[in-house]
Design a protein around this ligand. Structure first.
Ligand SMILES: Nc1nc2c(ncn2[C@@H]2O[C@H](COP(=O)(O)OP(=O)(O)OP(=O)(O)O)[C@@H](O)[C@H]2O)c(=O)[nH]1
Ligand SMILES: [Mg+2]
Length: 304
């Protein structure tokens, strides 16, 4: 068993137990009847695929059953797997922009996993021999800066921070300048997720994006939206707001290990049209993997 697959399987054990795990009992060696379709539909919706996607899958499966004259529900397993897989497109491969330095903004609502993902990404690219710099542009909360600094100390990655309550744009600007001066290969800028003043979070992020472009024309080269899978369909609404405000280029999906509903992955693909780049499968620095659609499907359907 390859390593990525076993990691996904372990990380997704909860998803498969809680939602997709029911597939095994729904698609047992029984006759296909209306109950089969109802149970399957309920399971897909519960797993957070979104109603449209769930209904679409059921319709395609019904047609498949008609065309092939199938009678037993366990004959549907392969078709369901294919239906799910076809909705995820190809894997993205390595998403690091081909720039030096690469400036990457991490955005997302509070608690989604931005700071943890910054640490995981820093560790990942450091392992590949890149020199990393972190910018702590969540300046309102002292704890936010400290949290990134703790990771920086642990990983031996420098952190640029500002005075408490200083302007996030100024910190981002200084980070990029410092990164250029110190010969960093990849600069990750961690941003705030909370609306802490009357000043709109989206306006603040737009400013950070603009200012970064002044410090290094053409940057940021990527804006990665960090999304918590456990927040379900609400997260989609939030994601649209980020997509409209800043030029989000890809998604990092966190907490897939503690989500009972891996179906968010399908909803994101359909609703946002943004590539899913990475999956977070735990709280440790190594719990990040490139999003691999095949490993994901194998993980959630482990009960088959
Ligand atoms: N199980 C699990 N926990 C995660 C994952 N990613 C982050 N967390 C946890 O989620 C919590 C919030 O993570 P942070 O990285 O602080 O989130 P944030 O987006 O920076 O939060 P704010 O700075 O408040 O906006 C922490 O307890 C993390 O350990 C993941 O992939 N799996
Ligand atoms: Mg944070």
């Amino acid at each position: 068993m390859n390593d990525t697959f076993s990691r996904w399987r372990a990380g997704l054990a909860k998803s498969s137990k809680s939602a997709f795990g029911r597939v095994a009992s729904i698609l047992g060696a029984t006759e296909i009847n209306e109950d089969t379709w109802e149970d399957l539909e309920a399971m897909l919706i519960q797993a957070d695929l979104g109603v449209d996607t769930a209904l679409d899958i059921i319709e395609n499966l019904r047609e498949y059953v008609r065309e092939n004259g199938l009678l037993r529900s366990d004959e549907l397993k392969g078709a369901l797997r294919a239906e799910l897989r076809s909705r995820l497109g190809d894997g993205q491969g390595e998403p690091l922009p081909n720039e030096n330095p690469s400036v990457i903004l991490l955005v997302g609502v509070n608690g989604s996993g931005k700071t943890t993902s910054a640490a995981k990404l820093g560790a990942r690219y450091q392992k590949m021999g890149k020199k990393i710099l972190f910018g702590a542009a969540d300046t309102f909360r002292a704890a936010a800066v400290e949290q990134l600094q703790v990771w920086g100390d642990r990983l031996a990655i420098d952190v640029v921070a500002g005075a408490p309550e200083s302007d996030p744009g100024a910190v981002a600007y200084n980070t990029v300048q410092a990164g250029i001066a110190r010969g960093a290969d990849v600069i990750f800028i961690d941003t705030a997720g909370r609306l802490h003043t009357r000043f709109n979070l989206m306006e603040e992020l737009k400013k950070v994006e603009r200012v970064v472009g002044k410090a290094h024309p053409g940057s940021p080269h990527a804006v990665w939206l960090v999304m918590d899978t456990t927040t379900g369909q609400n997260a989609l609404q939030q994601a649209r707001a980020f997509k409209d405000a800043v030029g989000v280029t890809g998604i990092i999906l966190t907490k897939l290990d503690s989500s009972a509903r891996g179906g968010m992955v399908f909803a994101i693909r359909k609703e946002l049209g943004l590539p899913i780049l990475f999956a977070g499968l735990g709280e440790k620095v190594e719990d990040l993997t490139l999003f691999d659609p095949d490993a994901f499907i194998d993980g959630i359907l482990a009960a088959f």
